[in-house]
Design a protein around this ligand. Structure first.
Ligand SMILES: [Zn+2]
Length: 312
């Protein structure tokens, strides 16, 4: 008898979950099949914050910087099947001209930016580094490091999501407002720091801080260094020559540079500070986009503290 009841229970449970699955497929309001493909982590974060589990986000597993990623044929197929393709724009997706994607599914979030895009100077568009071989295009692409621009991109994401899930317009709007508030609060903090540090020259390890500099008024010069790759002697000489004029005591890095690099920079009286663009998932899973940006702001505050102390 006991066995019979147990079997009956198993039967009922499986029947029930099958029925639920069927309902989920048939009812568009619980539709998990609305597939939203994105090309970097900030866009992935905006989609999940705004839509929650009302869409299925697709952000491919990418090693390194998604700006220098190219989709495999499988990844491209998923993009082609997506209900919505959210692009960063600003020449971020260099592979786009070489593939076929449905025009009516694509949304370029940089079209919504109120300020013009920044042109890269020509010298930047060159390849470098054996393992990190990549090219920077004609346009600076790290648009979201101007947090006001990030909120404009998030607004474009919200509009696009609303188009594919009009039944969720109210919820998406509410979630967007909460996100926008956090982005603009970060923007405000960075503006304050920028105001106070506007006469402090900075070195940038990689040319990805153009919008950040424009919005927050940081002055300085970008090198083309990688945090895990010891620059060669020629690069060190260039730095010393450059810094004779610039007299920067701080270098902003995308990630924590290796100890060798940090040490050698210290001998030149240059301190390393991380401002992570958050282009990809953080290695620390608990650190979402906003958390990474908060850490960045706290890191910049170290410059500010030192600056104030020196000024006393
Ligand atoms: Zn580069």
């Amino acid at each position: 008898m006991k066995i019979y009841i147990a079997l009956l229970l198993v039967f009922l449970m499986s029947a029930c979950s099958e029925k639920e699955q069927k309902t989920a497929r048939e009812n568009p309001n619980t539709d998990l099949s609305v597939l939203v493909a994105v090309t970097n982590y900030p866009l992935h974060y905006f989609v999940t914050r705004i839509a929650g589990d009302n869409v299925t986000p697709y952000f491919p597993e990418i090693e390194g910087d998604p700006a220098f990623w190219k989709p495999s044929s499988e990844e491209l197929q998923t993009f082609q099947q997506a209900d919505l393709i959210v692009l960063n724009g600003a020449s971020y997706e260099t592979w786009l001209p070489y593939v076929t994607l449905p025009e009516d599914k694509m949304v370029n979030t940089s079209y919504s930016l109120s300020n013009p895009l920044i042109k890269n100077d020509k010298a930047l568009a060159h390849k470098h580094g054996p393992e990190g071989e990549h090219e920077h295009g004609a346009t600076a692409f790290t648009t979201w490091l101007d947090l006001q621009q990030a909120s404009q991109q998030a607004a474009a994401v919200k509009d696009a999501l609303t188009n594919v899930r009009p039944d969720k317009a109210g919820l998406f709007q509410k979630n967007f407002i909460a996100l926008q508030k956090e982005l603009l609060s970060l923007d405000q903090k960075l503006r304050s720091i920028g105001n106070r540090l506007q006469h402090t020259p900075l070195l940038f390890s990689h040319p990805v801080y153009q919008y950040f500099q424009r919005r927050y008024g940081f002055s300085g010069h970008a090198l083309h260094w990688e945090p895990d790759r010891m620059p060669d002697e020629r690069q060190w000489q260039q730095l010393e020559l450059l810094n004779k004029e610039l007299k920067a005591q701080w270098m902003i890095w995308e990630d924590q540079p290796s100890k060798d690099i940090t040490k050698r920079l210290e001998t030149l009286n240059i301190h390393s500070v991380v401002f992570n663009p958050a282009s990809n998932h953080s290695e620390n899973e608990k650190q979402d986009f906003i958390a990474v940006m908060n850490t960045n702001v706290a890191n910049l505050a170290a410059i500010e503290r030192n600056h104030l102390e020196a000024g006393k």
